[in-house]
Design a protein around this ligand. Sequence first.
Ligand code: ATP
Ligand code: MG
Length: 292
Amino acid sequence: MSDRLRIALQKKGRLADDSFALLKACGLRFSVRGGSLLVRVKNMPIDLLLVRDDDIASFVSNDAADIGIVGENVLVEEQLTSALDAQIAMKLGFSRCRLCLASPERGSVQSAADLSGTRIATTYPGVTGRFLKERGISAKLVEMKGAVELAPSIGVAESICDLVSTGATLEANGLMAFETILESEAVLIRSARDMSPEKADLFDKLMRRVEGVIKSTDSKYIMLNAPKSQIVAITALLPGSDSPTVIPLAGTEDLVAIQAVCTETVFWETLEDLKALGARAILVLPIEKMMS
Ligand code: ATP
Ligand code: MG
């Protein structure tokens, strides 16, 4: 393969936009307009291979790409059903969903205990089969490529095992989830093979940037003025920050300015609690990039 780092990404779908946005936030400049399969990143030796999500793990495994972004659910399924040489390098925190068992609200299957001897429709026979085996349940898997939620109403299966994010699709089909068998989010994967030193360097650099983007997404810079006597109490309230900067304020003896990076979500409740301790002029600012 060329010395350009090749990243396999979903071309269109639930992973695509956030994957592109993440890489752009990492400083990669590219444009995905048009139907091309291979997109050249303008400012770094990186190419993007735009494919269906089903192909991403096997491309990484077969050396058609160096790294990829795919749903953990798809990765685990393929690890269970084919020999795959691809592993998680980093969890990315978007495209979160759960693989759930679900059944009609008043059907014969209401919990995992009712599954024996029934049929389960799914696109994920590997993960579903693993769950059944672990629980010692013998049920028949009916493999479907899509529209799994229709299986009970057309009499193909008594229950389904499918991805759920909000539950709206299940509800619209009169189904209720009764067991989560896998939690999933987008993951960055790489093969276990060694990369050339140049690619390995670029990969490490990209990983640090991805880490920086993920950290900064949840992080905020908080600034406020407070009575000197409350520095300790206020510092204790700041979510996920260690030693804040404390600066004297001109023209006053008893007030200071406190500034800190909060690495966890700053809720309205936190601001209200800070105010109750005497904090004033509280500002919460977004952070664009971070590197420690
Ligand atoms: P492709 O055309 O690339 O094969 P697809 O139809 O198989 O796409 P999408 O529906 O775009 O796949 O979903 C891609 C991934 O997004 C899933 O594998 C899963 O990891 C994640 N995802 C998040 N929420 C959901 C959801 N509610 N339903 C399905 N997938 C979800
Ligand atoms: Mg797919």
